[in-house]
Design a protein around this ligand. Structure first.
Ligand code: SF4
Length: 434
């Protein structure tokens, strides 16, 4: 429990289960909930947190419980639908330990994981039927009407905290202005748990605008944190025994000299040695020789670069963030800087509207020819993006559909028209070492 210094409202913050055909722990942490905790604490609110996705090792598997698929179309999949994270019994035990509260905040990530929120609401309502539920995060931002009706939220918050702070303050009768200076989440106590990794963001959003990506809609304009603030956070995590940090930025290398380079050099000066991961793809165009050398020296592992496609027309049409030449240079710079080839992976999108399997095969062979591993990422349409609007005009998607249908594995099987046997062969080709 995080106590305020004032006669307080009590709120429970919940990171819900994942509901999917597959899920893997790529160093996930509910950073949005921590930001909310800072804001609420500064307004005198007592807080408890239940994170259904913690503690689990990363990278690694979550515990999984197979559950009935939420809709018939899921039967198209040759995999089981499951709840990922702690057991329901464990949730109940944690809920008992929190004691009574006045309000629940639930965050959300992928829209098609909303059954995970429904399970949380069921659990809470069975013990505290009258407690109001506030839903925020990505799904709430992209599908507010659905979130309200399918999850029974009393209040749906769209966008980052700064855009809905007023709404939350009004709903809960909280002061607009902080009663005390905001303290970073890690000084509030009660949040750092027993995992040996953490996720950190050095900025919100992304200055690019790719046709399939909702970064701008979800996070607002690109906004950076000061290097000093990030260093303080990482130093704290280090003092608690954390040795692996995943950067969850959308644009980690943008303004490299003034941001990440300063952070890495600042940590080195303090003698802090960590392993860093970049599960979100890095901008290959920004991986210069000097950048690659600093990343290699600073302990970066599991580097992921975004290419998405080798088709130059599609590269340009989807936003022009990277070309194949940019990728070649980035891979060369990283290898020359001493980064082991198995630590470098390249994301390729699969199932973009109009994309044929030949294009995907070409991408796989191209990435492999550079001596690094391709990772296939199945396209999922996101409301508000240009790709969504195009699919909507063609009658493929609409805001009336069930978000489950936008699940990356499912959407692609239902709508890409691919020969799935051939696709499976391509997946094997991508994963093979030759
Ligand atoms: S560069 Fe990446 S994060 Fe930025 S808009 Fe494009 S896909 Fe999204």
């Amino acid at each position: 429990m995080i106590h305020s210094r004032y006669p307080a409202l009590k709120c429970l913050l919940v990171n819900p289960w994942i509901a999917d055909f597959a899920a893997y722990n790529f160093w996930v942490r509910p950073l949005g909930l921590y930001r909310l905790a800072e804001w609420l604490n500064a307004r005198g609110v007592d807080l408890s947190i239940i994170d259904c996705l913690s503690p689990f090792r990363a990278p690694g598997k979550f515990r999984r419980q197979v559950v009935p698929p939420p809709m018939k179309s899921c039967l198209e999949m040759d995999r089981n639908f499951a709840r990922y994270g702690i057991t329901r019994q464990e949730f109940r035990e944690r809920l008992k330990r929190t004691g009574a509260f006045d309000c629940v905040f639930i965050t959300s990530v992928m829209s098609y994981w909303y059954p995970g929120i429904q399970w949380v609401v069921e659990e809470i309502k069975s013990t505290f039927p009258a407690v109001p539920i506030i839903l925020g995060g990505i799904y709430a931002t992209l599908w507010p009407e659905h979130a309200k009706s399918a999850c029974g939220a009393d209040l749906v918050c769209q966008g980052p905290l700064k855009t809905c702070a007023e709404k939350i303050a009004t709903f809960l009768g909280l002061p607009r202005q902080a009663l005390q200076p905001e303290r970073p989440w890690y000084l509030l106590g009660g949040i750092v748990d027993t995992v040996d990794y953490w996720a950190v963001r050095t900025a919100q959003g992304c200055p690019f605008s790719c046709s399939y990506c909702a970064s701008r809609i979800v996070s607002g304009p690109f906004a950076t944190r000061s290097p000093g603030e990030v260093i303080r956070e990482i130093v704290f995590l280090y003092s608690r025994g954390i040795r692996q940090i995943a950067f969850y930025d959308d644009a980690l290398l943008v303004d490299f000299e003034n941001r990440l380079a300063r952070i890495l050099k600042g940590l080195a000066q303090k003698g802090i040695s960590l392993t860093f991961h970049t599960p979100n793809g890095l901008h290959a165009r920004l991986v210069s020789k000097e950048t690659a050398q600093l990343l290699a020296r600073s302990g970066f592992k599991s580097i992921r670069l975004s290419l998405e496609t080798t088709n130059p027309e599609r590269q340009a049409a989807t936003g022009g963030k990277v070309s194949s030449k940019d990728l070649e240079k980035a891979v060369k710079n990283l290898l020359e800087a001493g980064m082991p080839a198995p630590d470098i992976g390249v994301y390729l999108l699969v199932g973009l509207p109009g994309q044929e399997l030949e294009e995907i095969e070409e991408g796989i062979n191209y990435v492999k020819s550079l001596g690094v591993r391709p990772y296939l990422a199945e396209f999922s349409p996101i409301p508000g993006t240009s790709e969504w609007k195009r699919l909507e005009r063609n009658g493929v998607v609409s805001m009336d559909m069930d978000p489950i249908l936008t699940n990356n594995s499912l959407f692609f099987r239902l709508f890409s028209g691919y020969d799935m046997n051939r696709f499976k062969r391509l997946k094997k080709l991508a994963a093979s070492l030759d």
